[in-house]
Design a protein around this ligand. Structure first.
Ligand code: GDP
Length: 447
């Protein structure tokens, strides 16, 4: 993913970001409190509550947008706590969008913010928001004094200008990092090791590699991007895509600081299998679920490793297992393995699960067999009628793998409810034993 930092000056930016990530607007929140705001943008909470990440998929290439918020406070300027957040985000970003409010005009603090942005040396775009009903020329003229060449009018609330904004951003974003990360085609299984800070990612990677190959790569610049680590184990080749950096046991603060949502997203995009590491002592945190949800959205095969199992007593283990059962229902096809990265237990089972998930994700399916399975599924349970007519499902063929994609041709397919789609997914999953991978169903109207 490319990565764009979204700076907001005024609540209009919220709506703009909202449009960018094409999420449904649940209310009319142009003047919003924190709760509504969170509900809207909290698709990928960062380590702190002040940075929110979302993936924009409306353009030719997806990119990550982060919204730091809080810059509108006149008194705080860039000096408070949020400023620190903003700086971290700026450092991480590959392009910056500064959103100003056309109706407020140029505010004194805007100039301070701008100076800071310029110092970063990153591509900078000025989006002048709330231009609906205004003379565009006048609206922009006011901000022309900033001297930023890349200036765009926006009316986020009316969804105007966002396409142009995306079009302006894409050329300044570097080519997808994940293509390079994914590397040339070899026969290794690409596994992204992801998880919250301190879940034990480094410990796991080091354990898998064997202590003697432990590399310290904490030199500035080397930990910025996820790295590829080749691994051979039990006659199998893997490429671990590691976000933590292979390093010695890091101090806790250091780990937190090093955690990057962007790196995590890049790793998942570059991998075939997402290995999500969760800390057993924390049961399952919301961020873990968000991460898992993201891996599924990306279509990645998934293995969940519950780490630090060694530190739990019988009662705690039961509590943890219950929490997992309850909260992981939406990925009940994914294997959960209990491990101790520290002591090395459960790792054989873990890697076996990775191999299986990968095999399922890359399984070749045949058209005639898929169509037969579709007929069986359709006969045992038909989609509910739509105005007296049943949607018809005629035949199926494969549409690619990782994730396995099944293209189904029929009529009135757009009326098929999500529940029926899930039914089909599960039917195909059972029939082809597609354990450990999401299954994607795509409907096509007509022949
Ligand atoms: P990362 O931030 O995800 O890379 O996490 P680290 O690998 O740096 O681990 C964070 C802390 O958890 C370290 O103090 C590790 O020693 C500890 N840790 C990692 N795995 C285990 C485990 O299996 N059991 C126990 N008890 N501690 C672990």
């Amino acid at each position: 993913y490319g990565y764009v930092h979204w700076l907001q000056a005024g609540d209009g930016a919220l709506a703009a970001r909202e449009r960018l990530s094409k999420k449904p607007i649940q209310a009319q929140p142009l003047v919003v409190g924190d709760t509504v705001r969170d509900a809207l943008v909290a698709d990928l909470p960062g380590v702190t509550r002040d940075r929110h990440y979302g993936v924009c998929r409306t353009g030719a290439r997806p990119f990550v947008v982060v919204d730091t918020g809080g810059l509108s406070g006149v008194d705080e300027g860039l000096d408070g706590l949020t400023a620190q957040q903003v700086r971290l985000a700026i450092e991480e970003a590959q392009a910056l969008v500064f959103v100003v409010d056309a109706r407020d005009g140029l505010l004194p603090q805007d100039r301070n913010i701008l100076d800071e942005l310029r110092r970063s040396g990153k591509p900078l775009l000025l989006a002048v928001n709330k231009t609906d009903g205004l003379d565009l020329h006048d609206a922009l003229a006011e901000f022309a004094r900033f001297g930023i060449a890349a200036m765009l009018p926006l009316s986020a609330a009316h969804n105007r200008g966002t396409e142009e904004l995306i079009a302006a951003l894409l050329p300044v974003l570097p080519e997808d990092a994940h293509e390079e990360l994914a590397g040339g085609a070899d026969d290794s299984i690409r596994v992204a090791i992801v998880g919250r800070p301190n879940a034990g990612k480094s410990t796991l990677v080091n354990r898998l590699l064997g202590e003697e190959r432990l590399i310290v790569s904490d030199v500035a610049g080397t930990t910025r991007d996820p790295i590829r680590v080749p691994l051979e184990r039990d006659g199998r080749k893997y490429t671990l895509i590691d976000t933590a950096g292979v390093r010695r046991k890091a101090r806790v603060e250091e780990a937190v600081e090093k955690f990057s949502v962007i790196k995590t997203l890049q790793s998942i995009a570059a991998a075939q299998v997402a290995l999500v590491l969760v800390d057993a002592r924390e049961n399952l945190a919301d961020q873990d679920l968000t991460l898992i949800g993201h891996a599924v959205d990306e279509g990645r095969a998934l293995v969940i490793a519950v780490n630090k199992w060694d530190g739990l007593d019988a009662y705690q283990r039961e509590q943890c297992q219950r929490a997992l059962e309850r909260r992981l229902q939406f990925v009940d096809w994914a294997k959960t393995v209990f491990i101790s990265a520290l002591h090395g237990s459960g790792l054989r089972e873990l890697m076996r699960a990775v191999v299986r998930a990968h095999a399922a994700a890359t399984k070749e399916l045949g058209s005639s067999d898929l169509t037969r399975t579709l007929e069986q599924a359709y006969q045992s349970y038909q989609p509910p009628l739509v105005r007296g007519h049943a949607p018809k499902l005629r035949f199926a063929h494969p549409g690619g793998n990782n994730p396995p994609t099944i293209v189904i041709h029929g009529s009135r397919t757009k009326h098929i409810a999500p529940a029926y789609q899930r039914y089909l997914e599960n039917f195909f999953r059972k029939r082809y034993r597609l354990e450990g991978t999401p299954v994607r169903i795509v409907f096509r109207e007509g022949e």
